[in-house]
Design a binder for this molecule. Structure first.
Ligand SMILES: [Zn+2]
Length: 203
C-alpha cells in the first residue's frame, strides 16, 4: 500500500521520487530503494554520478532535436551514418526506440509532437520548418516518415508528405500491419485493413 503519510525521511523521499517514474509504482520504487541502500558504496554511487552527469550536460541537438549530452548529438555527429536519409519521428522516445533496433543507419528529425486539432497543435508548433530547411539545404535523398499509426500520427505524415511533394526527395513511410507474433483473430479491423493494404508478393 502506498504511504499516505510520508515519514519525511530521505529514504522515503527517494522512494516517492522513484515512484513517479513511468512504469514504477510505489512498491517497485521501495524495492529499488532497498536494493540501492544495500549497495550504497557501489550502485548508489554510480547512479548518483550518472544522474549528476546527465543533469549537467543535457542538451537538445540543434540539428535533429534529439536529447543527448552533446550538441550535435551522437547520431548527427557520427560520420558512419548515412547523411542522405532523414527519419522523421514524433518524439525523442521514438528516435531512441528506432535506434535501439539498430536497423536504420540514417539520421533523424524529431517533430516534438503530432498535429492535433483537438489539442490545438498546428504545423507551426512542430519542428516542420526546420525539417524542410534541412531538405532544402540539399544532399538528402530520402525522408522516412515514422509517425505513430494513430489518426493524428498519420495526419501529420500526410501533411509533411504534401509539404515535401515539390522537393527532389523520395518520401517513404513505415509499413503498418501485423505485429510480430500477432494472431489474426486478435487484430482490430484497422490493423487488418492496414496489413491487407500493405500486402506484397511472396518472395
Ligand atoms: Zn542530432
Amino acid at each position: 500500500m502506498a504511504s499516505q503519510d510520508p515519514r519525511g525521511n530521505e529514504i522515503e523521499r527517494l522512494a516517492s521520487s522513484l515512484a513517479r517514474l513511468p512504469g514504477l509504482g510505489p512498491r517497485s520504487a521501495r524495492r529499488a530503494v532497498l536494493w540501492l541502500v544495500k549497495r550504497r558504496d557501489t550502485a548508489l554511487v554510480d547512479l548518483l554520478a550518472s544522474l549528476t552527469a546527465v543533469q549537467e550536460s543535457l542538451v537538445e541537438c540543434h540539428v535533429c532535436g534529439n536529447v543527448d549530452t552533446s550538441d550535435p548529438c551522437h547520431v548527427c555527429a557520427d560520420p558512419r551514418r548515412d547523411q542522405r536519409s532523414i527519419c522523421v519521428v514524433e518524439d525523442v522516445a521514438d528516435l531512441w526506440a528506432l535506434d535501439r533496433a539498430k536497423l536504420y543507419t540514417g539520421r533523424y528529425h524529431v517533430l516534438g509532437g503530432r498535429l492535433s486539432a483537438l489539442d490545438g497543435v498546428g504545423p507551426e508548433d512542430l519542428a516542420i520548418g526546420s525539417l524542410l530547411a534541412r531538405v532544402e539545404e540539399g544532399g538528402i535523398d530520402e525522408v522516412v516518415l515514422a509517425m505513430n499509426a494513430t489518426l493524428e500520427g498519420q495526419t501529420t505524415a500526410h501533411y509533411i508528405a504534401e509539404r515535401l511533394e515539390e522537393r527532389p526527395v523520395r518520401v517513404t513511410q513505415l509499413a503498418h500491419g501485423l505485429p510480430v507474433g500477432g494472431e489474426l483473430d486478435y487484430m482490430d479491423e484497422g490493423t487488418l485493413a492496414q496489413a491487407l493494404r500493405a500486402r506484397r508478393p511472396v518472395t
